[in-house]
Write a protein that binds this ligand. Structure first.
Ligand SMILES: [Ca+2]
Ligand SMILES: [Ca+2]
Length: 201
């Protein structure tokens, strides 16, 4: 019996060490939630949401956004696969299109900043400006203009308070990237997006 007790004591001690190790590892509360890193090269995003390109008028072949996965060998967090958006708002008709991503009712109350990486494709050309819209479950779009895009990866961080029409941060519906014939210059080009996150700053 004594031997058993010693074994049990050792086992408990080992369990405590392992348990403590796990607890220590998990202790720093994550202050960043990855929404999409695209690194599987497939849908859905990291929180189970669908995404894709959208066109104002799918029957108008003179405009549209084609989404594809793009490998990128850049350093840093934006790596692996990224999303490539080949946009065309050069049309005789009013033109806007882009990229949508479902947020699946994500509760963002623990965070205060939307982040993503962006770069333009030097070969294809790219707009330095585009619009994003964030929507909660009421679906009222809160718009924000992203500017200063270059042909190098850069991190864009937008404080939540810029999205003025969001009422319920505990249940977000969708993030939308918009190319339109007002903000996009040139009117055809390619933008890459990667590592969409919420963070607490
Ligand atoms: Ca990536
Ligand atoms: Ca066109």
């Amino acid at each position: 019996m004594k031997k058993f007790n010693i074994s049990l004591t050792l086992a408990l001690a080992l369990l405590m060490v392992v348990g403590f190790g796990v607890a220590t590892y998990a202790a720093p509360a994550s202050n960043e939630l990855v929404i999409a890193d695209f690194d599987t090269g497939d849908k859905p995003n990291n929180i189970g949401g669908d995404f894709g390109g959208w066109d104002k008028d799918p029957n108008d072949e003179s405009q549209g956004t084609q989404m594809s996965f793009d490998t990128d060998d850049s350093q840093g967090e934006a790596s692996g696969y990224a999303i490539r958006l080949d946009y065309d708002v050069d049309s005789p008709n009013p033109a806007y299109n882009g990229f949508w991503m479902k947020l699946n009712g994500e509760d963002a109350t623990a965070y205060n900043t939307l982040n993503f990486y962006v770069k333009g494709d030097a070969k294809a050309g790219y707009t330095k400006r585009f619009k994003i819209e964030l929507k909660d479950m009421t679906n009222k779009p809160s718009a924000y203009i992203v500017s200063g895009v270059t042909d190098q990866w850069q991190k864009v961080s937008i404080p939540f308070e810029k999205f003025r029409r969001i009422e319920n941060w505990n249940s977000l519906n969708e993030l939308v990237f918009v190319f339109d014939d007002i903000n996009s210059s040139p009117k055809t080009g390619s933008i890459l997006i990667d590592q969409i996150t919420f963070s607490k700053q």
